[in-house]
Write a protein that binds this ligand. Structure first.
Ligand code: F6P
Length: 341
């Protein structure tokens, strides 16, 4: 039997589809191992406020019924500034001690892991689970919500493409991702976009973009889809400049928060369930300061400090193939020249 008898679970930072599946897994795996499980509401803020029955509630198996298929997080979430200060961390630790919470599962992004690390220094066993649509957690090749967000954005972009074709327009579609271009890159490939602007790669050479659009039109394409990452931004002003320079009607669409909601895909549900269980198993094994990750096809755990120091790079090969598959960038790579077809 595990030394850990009581655990808590919270979701923190931006919500992501699949977070409910992860919470459900934590609760049911914890119960299966004979633990008492508390749900902490509104992220770290709930832990700091600590009001019983409001911020902290014991969760039983039936409390997580009918949640796996739902978007958002039924525990709610917050970006908690108070947790960045020692006084907030102390209060959060006091709440854990008050309820006998020995282990805490934190579902969120890098910022949430930093809070978890501080709590670990106060004697609480912590395990992080990667929950963010942005896929920007360096230690993990998968983050909960990314798959659903990409699918949601992809469907929306298909629709924008229909109307762009009808009107012979250029469309700049901005997708989320904060400083990372993963959603943009995946949508760019999945939607067959003509151009993809990634914060990691964009050289801000707008003339090159304009030349591509004109070239594309000359080849008879009725639309030109540009997927722009949030980290590049400025889609509306870019659209105005492109329209002025090309004479082609250009519209900007910012997809925004719709990407964070909706029914989680099977991938998000299954990976979130697996990661939630593994987080509890880590606590049960006496581990602390760990983060769960999916790396090279396996579910693993890393030291939180090591994980926070890791750096992630966007796949050069995916960037290359995105360019290679886009019609206007089609290049005869063997001869190193642009083709005309
Ligand atoms: O981290 C998820 C995310 O949706 C980012 O893509 C975006 O930059 C950010 O959250 C928006 O944050 P907020 O919900 O605080 O506006």
């Amino acid at each position: 039997m595990s030394e850990i008898k009581t655990i808590g679970v919270l979701t923190s930072g931006g919500d992501a589809p699949g977070m409910n599946a992860a919470v459900r897994a934590v609760v049911r795996r914890g119960l299966a191992l004979g633990m008492k499980v508390y749900g902490i509401y509104k992220g770290y803020q709930g832990l700091i406020d600590g009001v019983e029955g409001e911020d902290i509630r014991e969760l039983r198996a039936k409390d997580v019924s009918d949640t796996i298929q739902k978007g958002g997080t039924f525990l709610y979430t917050a970006r908690c500034m108070a947790m960045m200060k020692p006084a907030g961390v102390k209060k959060a630790a006091e709440t854990c001690h008050k309820y006998g919470i020995q282990g805490l599962v934190v579902i969120g992004g890098d910022g949430s892991y930093r809070g978890a690390e501080k709590l670990a220094n106060e004697g609480i066993n912590v395990v992080g689970v990667p929950g963010t649509i942005d896929l920007d957690i360096a230690c993990s090749d998968y983050t909960i919500g990314f798959d659903t967000a990409v699918n949601t954005a992809m469907e929306a972009i298909d629709k924008v493409r229909d109307t762009s074709t009808s009107h012979e327009r250029c469309s700049i579609i901005e997708v989320m991702g904060r400083h990372a271009g993963y959603i943009a890159l995946w949508c760019g490939i999945a939607n067959g976009a003509e151009d993809i602007l990634l914060p990691e790669k964009y050289d801000y050479d707008e003339q090159k973009l304009i030349d591509n659009i004109i070239d594309n039109k000359r080849r008879g394409k009725r639309h030109h889809i540009i997927i722009n990452a949030e980290g590049v931004g400025h889609s509306a002003s870019m659209a105005r400049r492109i329209e002025a320079a090309t004479g082609i009607e250009t519209r900007a669409t910012i997809l925004g928060y719709m990407q964070r909601g909706g029914v989680p895909t099977a991938t998000d549900r299954v990976y979130a369930s697996t990661m939630g269980c593994l987080a509890v198993d880590c606590l049960a094994a006496g581990k602390t300061k760990r983060v769960i990750a999916y790396k090279y096809g396996d579910f693993v755990d890393f030291d939180i400090n090591e994980a926070l120091k890791m750096e992630k790079e966007i796949s050069e090969y995916q960037v290359l193939i995105a360019r290679s598959l886009s019609h206007n960038y089609y290049k005869n790579e063997a001869e190193g020249r642009e083709t005309e077809d």
